[in-house]
Ligand binder design. Structure first.
Ligand SMILES: C[S@@+](CC[C@H](N)C(=O)[O-])C[C@H]1O[C@@H](n2cnc3c(N)ncnc32)[C@H](O)[C@@H]1O
Length: 372
């Protein structure tokens, strides 16, 4: 399939500006890379250039025809990589942990982050706790699915509860970034990003339990309060839900449930994201893709409150320039910190009853590796 020019630029960005810049040459030479090569091995020149050995390249593919094509090309062209046939989520839950030397997880899957990657992110974070020098790429194709937007509204309620001042800045910053692109739905796109941020916090908290850094009860308290908050939001529908309206419902819940809502009850976790680059590019209409490139670390003696972890992540998201690649392949980097929060309260998040009637939010499933 003909690739979009923007995709080529972003692929190069990932390898040159993240992998080669964040890892040492020795780490690359000694390490493995997990990727999805797809129909054509377009990544291999970059992988070779920055110093990976071919036998350290592991590729996952769930489409049988594409996998057969890969096998054929591998024989004919002598790729020398390792091909795995199956689902990425399965690989991430089990195989990843059998093979300790990954320094890059490039999970370039078209489709929504919610369905394809989120179910295995606790496992990924857990892996990164043991292997902190790992560059992780997650992707979400922005198409017609409305579920990531609804997940974003749910995530927004979490942010309004835990980091109310920061969330205004985040909304202003990210929506400003989108408004500088050819995107015509900047609030909707921003909500998808809010989902990614909230999901990171959930997975880092859950990974903290699995890794034994916090008690299970700490995660349960977090989850119990978040579920109560979301049930409350869903049982107080608005015909037109705006940022101001959602803030009001969250505040109402805090007044009704002061014990559950207390920040003091929440766990302190030692995991955080240390590096981040986020990119938005236009592929073929009507698709565009959001890419998040990051690294995690665990600082065992420096556990901090989940709300501080969240606040720091939002800060990083704002401080990091918003990289945009348009359909013609031109790149622009926007400074988000200058965005004004003035009109944020009026942002329309959702109109109508559909979300209240039909949204089943995803449930965190353990999906984590616990050893043999
Ligand atoms: C976007 S392409 C990879 C492109 C490649 N990274 C590049 O830069 O050219 C994704 C590939 O992963 C496969 N795929 C999609 N979803 C998958 C999943 N859940 N598990 C495993 N493979 C998947 C697709 O069939 C496709 O061949």
């Amino acid at each position: 399939m003909r690739e979009s020019v923007a995709k080529r630029i972003v692929r190069e960005m990932f390898y040159k500006e993240c992998v080669a810049a964040w890892l040492t040459l020795d780490e690359i030479r000694e390490g493995s890379i997990l990727t999805l090569l797809g129909e054509e091995p377009r990544e291999l020149p970059y992988i070779d250039d920055i110093g990976f050995k071919r036998h350290q390249v592991k590729s996952v593919e769930n489409d049988w025809d594409t996998f057969a094509l890969q096998q054929q090309m591998m024989r004919e062209e002598g790729w020398g990589v390792s091909l795995y046939s199956g689902e990425m989520v399965d690989y991430l839950k089990i195989m990843l942990h059998k093979h300790g030397r990954f320094v890059v997880l490039n999970m370039d899957i078209e489709g929504s982050y919610r369905n394809n990657l989120d179910p295995s992110m606790t496992s990924v974070v857990q892996f990164c706790c043991d292997n902190p020098r790992t560059v992780v790429g997650t992707y979400s194709t922005i198409g017609r699915s409305i579920h990531p937007v609804w997940e974003g509204i749910k995530g927004l309620s979490l942010l309004m509860w835990l980091v109310p001042d920061m969330v205004r800045k985040l909304l202003a910053a990210v929506s400003y970034g989108y408004s500088e692109t050819d995107c015509t739905q900047s609030v909707r796109f921003t909500l998808r990003d809010v989902f990614w941020i909230a999901s990171q916090l959930e997975h880092m908290t859950q990974a903290s339990v699995v890794q034994g850094h916090i008690q299970r009860s700490g995660f349960d308290r977090f989850n119990e309060a978040y579920s109560s908050l979301w049930d409350f939001v869903m049982s107080h529908p608005h015909k037109t839900l705006r940022v101001k309206g959602l803030f009001d419902v969250v505040q109402w819940w805090r007044n009704e449930e002061p014990v559950l809502a207390s920040h003091e009850r929440l766990p302190k976790i030692p995991i955080r994201i240390t590096k981040l680059m986020h990119v938005y590019y236009n592929a073929r209409p009507p698709w565009s893709q959001r890419c998040f490139f990051c690294m995690y670390e665990v600082r065992e003696n420096h556990a901090i409150a989940v709300q501080s972890v969240l606040s720091n992540l939002c800060r990083m998201f704002i401080d990091q320039r918003f990289t945009y690649v348009d359909r013609g392949g031109s790149r622009r980097d926007f400074d988000l910190a200058c965005a004004s929060t003035k009109s944020v309260h009026r942002f329309e998040l959702w109109k109508g009853s559909r979300m209240y009637d039909s949204f089943q939010s995803r449930k965190l499933k353990p999906g984590v590796y616990r050893g043999d």
